[in-house]
Design a protein around this ligand. Structure first.
Ligand SMILES: C[S@@+](CC[C@H](N)C(=O)[O-])C[C@H]1O[C@@H](n2cnc3c(N)ncnc32)[C@H](O)[C@@H]1O
Length: 233
């Protein structure tokens, strides 16, 4: 299948009036790519693969902008080097910001879609992002690799859009985070969000959300919540 793409400019406000500017190669049209993939899978008789191969990775979702903006307001390394992982990264804009700003640490961006590393590689080169502070690993949150270890900060945006996600994602996040670590999740108030917050609470984590209004072209600004989950004491 030929992935039809376009290059869009992302401008994300950070602290102290700074702006993170990126040229991002993304799908020309998510809907058209889904239709094309469905037709291709129908021809090969593999329609059951549509859910896993669905190219939701292929655009920058408003939640990625909110998470990037939130990370731009934080000093993630205030206590020194920290292991950081992004789950379901898609085009990985929050990870690209961290790769550019981390001083001692590395961001490990992860997803399960086979096209993600190819887009990340091209966008890293296009924007001259530091490869020294960036690593990609394939990770299916239904079954994280046992050797991946624990992280001080686990991040993710717009990863709660199917019925199975609240419990699968909560399990994976809690498995990946260190006992003293934090889990930062951005979500555009999707229907399964409250279920996820309940799943996190059942695992001993709570958070008060911050509200962000982020671009969602061509639609108006999108209200997006960012949660910083920590272990309840
Ligand atoms: C709506 S997109 C969000 C992408 C990106 N985080 C953003 O906000 O722009 C959801 C992402 O989750 C990934 N994903 C879905 N199911 C997954 C799973 N089981 N394991 C890992 N990633 C998954 C998809 O491939 C996609 O990149």
């Amino acid at each position: 299948m030929i992935w039809k793409t376009k290059v869009s400019l992302e401008e994300i406000p950070l602290a102290q009036n700074q702006v993170f500017r990126l040229e991002i190669e993304e799908l020309e049209s998510l809907e058209a790519t889904i239709d094309e993939l469905f037709l291709e899978l129908e021809e090969t008789g593999d329609e059951s693969l549509l859910e896993d191969l669905c190219p939701y990775f292929g655009c920058v979702w408003p939640s990625a902008r909110a998470l990037t903006q939130y990370l731009g307001m934080q000093d993630i390394e205030k206590d020194g080097a920290v292991r950081i992982i992004e789950v379901g990264c898609g085009l990985g804009v929050p990870s690209l910001l961290l790769a550019n700003t981390l001083r001692f640490s590395k961001i490990v961006a992860t997803d399960f879609h086979p096209e993600v590393p190819k887009f990340l590689k091209r966008n890293i080169e296009r924007n001259r992002i530091s490869k020294e502070r960036f690593e990609y690993r394939e990770l299916n949150w239904r079954d994280p690799p046992p050797d991946i270890g624990k992280f001080g900060v686990v991040i993710g945006s717009d990863i709660l859009y199917e019925k199975s996600h609240p419990s699968d994602v909560a399990d994976a996040l809690v498995r990946l985070v260190k006992p003293s670590g934090r889990i930062i999740i951005a979500d555009p108030m999707r229907p399964y969000l409250q279920l996820f917050v309940d799943e996190m609470k059942a695992r001993g984590y709570s958070a008060k959300p911050l509200v962000f209004q982020v671009p969602n072209p061509p639609a108006p600004l999108k209200e997006t919540l960012v949660f910083n989950f920590e272990k309840m004491t």
